[in-house]
Design a protein around this ligand. Structure first.
Ligand SMILES: C[S@@+](CC[C@H](N)C(=O)[O-])C[C@H]1O[C@@H](n2cnc3c(N)ncnc32)[C@H](O)[C@@H]1O
Length: 258
């Protein structure tokens, strides 16, 4: 006789059903459960799994260019700049916003999520910011610290995004759409785009990002900066959807048997 039971740790309550595989387990106590009951339990287990939203951690959230087209997700965002965080929260009121240090938050909480996106600051890595040899800064190693920790200890799917670096990257990235990405799954390679002269660049980015900031009356420089920081929503949607299919298939359709 078999029954489907949720997998639960004996020491801590489950945080999220998404990671809980349905288990078919022999048990003496359910010897008299018939096939009909079993089907009902299985169906309700599948329903529960389907209702749970993917738990996403969105680090260095900015105004959420990458977040814009994600649907059916339970997002925790971390952003250090309160003004930027306030705009993000206005655009995505359903997300939990943490104003604080994303680097520290990641280390403490990465195990609580199914999918992690991180866009650590790029100035110390970018080709543009490092043309000037008068003001040399160390590249910020937080980028590589995060990649290494996620590569080795995170059981979900992750994508870390940054610019194309002025030096040979220390860990091999995937280049797409004028970004470097470090991820533990495959996705499409979007072409790098020539965006024309700098004045056109802003209009190009504005159109691609499609977030209207006019109601916030921001200083034009600040507005340009936060739009330029955005990952194009279509690309981030594609990236989230790639592992999402695999995770949902694993969690819903392929219960472990033993
Ligand atoms: C490249 S932008 C993120 C863009 C975002 N992914 C998007 O698509 O809109 C990086 C953001 O990280 C924020 N930031 C920088 N250092 C941070 C830190 N230690 N913790 C949290 N946020 C930080 C900056 O204020 C900035 O908004």
């Amino acid at each position: 006789m078999i029954i489907i039971i949720p997998k639960q740790s004996s020491t801590s309550p489950p945080k999220n059903n998404f990671h809980q595989s349905a288990i078919i387990s022999p048990s003496k106590s359910i010897l008299n459960i018939g096939k009909g009951d079993l089907r009902k339990i299985w169906k309700s287990k599948q329903r529960n799994l389907k209702m749970d939203k993917l738990k996403v951690l969105n680090l260095y959230a900015g105004i959420g260019g990458n977040r814009k087209l994600w649907t059916d997700v339970d997002v925790t965002a971390v952003e250090m700049n309160p003004e930027i965080a306030a705009i993000y929260s206005d655009l995505y009121p359903q997300d939990k916003m943490i104003i604080g240090d994303a680097h520290a938050y990641l280390l403490e909480h990465f195990k609580d999520f199914d999918f992690i996106w991180a866009s650590p600051p790029c100035p110390t890595h970018s080709r543009f910011n490092n043309l000037n040899q008068k003001n040399i800064k160390y590249p910020d190693m937080a980028l590589y610290q995060e990649i290494i920790v996620l590569q080795h200890f995170f059981e979900g799917k992750y994508c870390i995004e940054n610019v194309i670096t002025y030096y040979d990257p220390l860990i091999k990235p995937f280049e797409s759409n004028s970004h470097y990405f470090w991820a533990n799954f495959k996705f499409r390679q979007f072409p790098n785009e020539k965006r024309g002269i700098r004045r056109q660049e802003h209009d190009f980015r504005y159109n691609r990002v499609g977030i209207d900031l006019s109601k916030y009356n921001l200083e034009i420089r600040f507005e340009k900066q936060i739009i330029n920081n955005c990952v194009e929503p279509e690309i981030a949607l594609h990236i989230l959807n790639c592992p999402r299919g695999v995770m949902e298939a694993e969690n819903i359709n392929q219960p472990q048997l033993f």
